[in-house]
Ligand binder design. Structure first.
Ligand SMILES: Nc1ncnc2c1ncn2[C@@H]1O[C@H](COP(=O)(O)OP(=O)(O)OP(=O)(O)O)[C@@H](O)[C@H]1O
Length: 252
C-alpha cells in the first residue's frame, strides 16, 4: 500500500466571520500528485498555511509520517521534509538565481552541522543539480528580477528541488506557463514522484489538472467535497457547477 506522508484531519480556521477552512481532512500519498481544486475562496491556500505553520489552526490535526505537526513553526515543518512555494513566488529578487537556490539548501541544514568547506561544497552541488534539472544553469548568475516570467516559476521550483524535501506544497506553480513550459514542469513533477515525493498542487486550470495530477481533492467552502481520480472528479456535473459558480441551490 502507498505510504501516506502527510495527513490532516478536520483542520479548521476562521477569520472573523469567515470560516475559511471548515474541517479539511487530506492525505498526501508518496509518489503521487494530488491537485487541490476548488473555486476562488474555497480555502486552498489557507489549508497550505495551516499545514506549514504559517497560520495557526483553530482545531484539527496534521501529521507527517505519524508525527504531529500542529503548533510547529514553519521552519520546523520544513525540517520535517515539507517544501512550499507561494503564488507570488517570494524570490530574493535582487539576488542571483544561484544565490536564490543556495538559500533554499539552508532549510535542511542543521544548526550544529559543521559549516566547513565540505558542507559548502555539498550545498553548491545540490544547487547546481537543481539548476540543471530546471534548465536554469545558463542563467545562474542572472538576477532573479531580470528573469522572464516562466523562468521565475522554474526558479521557484529549483528552490523546492534544492530543499530535498519529500513533501511539496505548490501554490499555482504552473499558472501562466505555455504548453512547452508546462511539459518541462510536468517532467519535473514526474521525476520527483518517481523518487517517492508526495506533491500537492493548487491549480485553477482544469486542463493542467488533468495533465499533471494523479488524484484530485475538490475543496469548496472550506471542506473537501470529493477526493478521487481526476477523470471521475472532472466529469462530475455537480462539482463542475460549483467550480464554475453555478450552484444548484443558488440557481433555485
Ligand atoms: N488573512 C486572512 N484574513 C481574512 N480573511 C482571509 C485571510 N486569508 C484568507 N481569507 C479568506 O478565507 C477564505 C479562503 O481563502 P483562501 O485564500 O484560502 O482561498 P483559495 O481557495 O486559496 O482562493 P483562491 O483560489 O482565490 O486563491 C476567503 O474567503 C478569503 O477571503
Amino acid at each position: 500500500m502507498t505510504e501516506v506522508l502527510l495527513k490532516s484531519e478536520n483542520l479548521a480556521r476562521a477569520f472573523g466571520g469567515v470560516q475559511a477552512v471548515a474541517g479539511v481532512s487530506l492525505s498526501l500519498p508518496a509518489g503521487q500528485v494530488t491537485a487541490l481544486v476548488g473555486p476562488n475562496g474555497a480555502g486552498k491556500t489557507t489549508t497550505f498555511n495551516l499545514i506549514t505553520g504559517n497560520l495557526r489552526a483553530d482545531s484539527g490535526t496534521a501529521h507527517i509520517r505519524g508525527k504531529p505537526i500542529m503548533g510547529l513553526k514553519p521552519w520546523q515543518v520544513a525540517r520535517l521534509g515539507v517544501a512550499r512555494s507561494f503564488q507570488d513566488l517570494r524570490l530574493f529578487t535582487h539576488m542571483t538565481v544561484r544565490e536564490n537556490v543556495l538559500a533554499a539548501t539552508e532549510t535542511s541544514a542543521w544548526f550544529w552541522q559543521p559549516g566547513g568547506a565540505r558542507a559548502r561544497a555539498a550545498r553548491a552541488e545540490r544547487a547546481a543539480a537543481a539548476l540543471d534539472a530546471t534548465g536554469l544553469s545558463d542563467l545562474a548568475d542572472a538576477r532573479a528580477v531580470d528573469l522572464a516570467y516562466a523562468e521565475r516559476k522554474f526558479l521557484s521550483m529549483a528552490r523546492i528541488l534544492a530543499a530535498e524535501a519529500d513533501i511539496w506544497l505548490l501554490d499555482e506553480p504552473a499558472s501562466g506557463l505555455d504548453l512547452s513550459s508546462r511539459l518541462r514542469f510536468g517532467a519535473l513533477l514526474r521525476a520527483a514522484t518517481a523518487r517517492g515525493v508526495a506533491i500537492c498542487l493548487i491549480e485553477h486550470n482544469l486542463d493542467v489538472v488533468a495533465e499533471l495530477s494523479d488524484r484530485i481533492a475538490f475543496l469548496d467552502q472550506g471542506r473537501v467535497l470529493a477526493e478521487g481520480d481526476p477523470q471521475s472528479i472532472l466529469r462530475d456535473p455537480a462539482l463542475a457547477a460549483i467550480y464554475f459558480g453555478d450552484r444548484p441551490q443558488e440557481a433555485a
